[in-house]
Design a protein around this ligand. Structure first.
Ligand code: DQA
Length: 151
């Protein structure tokens, strides 16, 4: 059993009230609860953290290197701007999956570039909250496969 980290970036604390036509009506607490249950079913524990501050998210990635086997992150707008988060994941070498509720490629051009995608295990976008389910399954599989290789 490993601990995983679920990270949410800016404005995602407003889920449920923020542009429900794009992001749905589930609150962040609702998403975190569903993820906790899913992680448990997969045999892992899950720590959840949200911040509107870039530095706090960088600190959370740094801290995770001590006690987490992997990260699922919806970095919100920092996806498209944050070299610091890119560097935090590179520096810690934590495996992570990038998630977006909306299909960012069907939206404004400034959402088409991600500073995280190229160093993520993979990217899931456009499936709403179900994307977190897929991400948890993928991350759990990756961790199990790596444990096998390490013997
Ligand atoms: C988002 C997409 C981002 O472009 C946006 O800034 C968000 C949410 C998503 O989940 O679809 O805050 O990451």
């Amino acid at each position: 059993m490993s601990q995983l980290l679920l990270l949410h970036g800016p404005n995602l604390n407003l889920l449920g009230e923020r542009e429900p036509g794009i992001y749905g009506d589930l609150s962040l607490a609702g998403i975190e609860k569903a993820c906790q249950d899913k992680a448990e079913k997969l045999g892992h524990s899950l720590r959840c953290f949200q911040s509107n501050s870039e530095g706090a998210l960088v600190d959370a990635v740094h801290a995770a290197r001590h006690d987490c086997a992997g990260v699922i992150i919806n970095a919100g707008a920092y996806t498209h701007t944050s070299v610091a988060l890119h560097d935090a994941f590179r520096g810690t070498r934590l495996p992570f999956v990038e998630v977006h509720l909306s299909n960012v490629y069907a939206r404004e051009a400034f959402r088409h570039h991600s500073y995280l995608s190229a160093i993520a295990i993979g990217v899931i976008c456009g499936f709403g909250p179900q994307g977190y389910d897929f991400a948890l399954e993928a991350l759990a599989r990756k961790i199990a496969d790596e444990a096998k290789v390490e013997g």
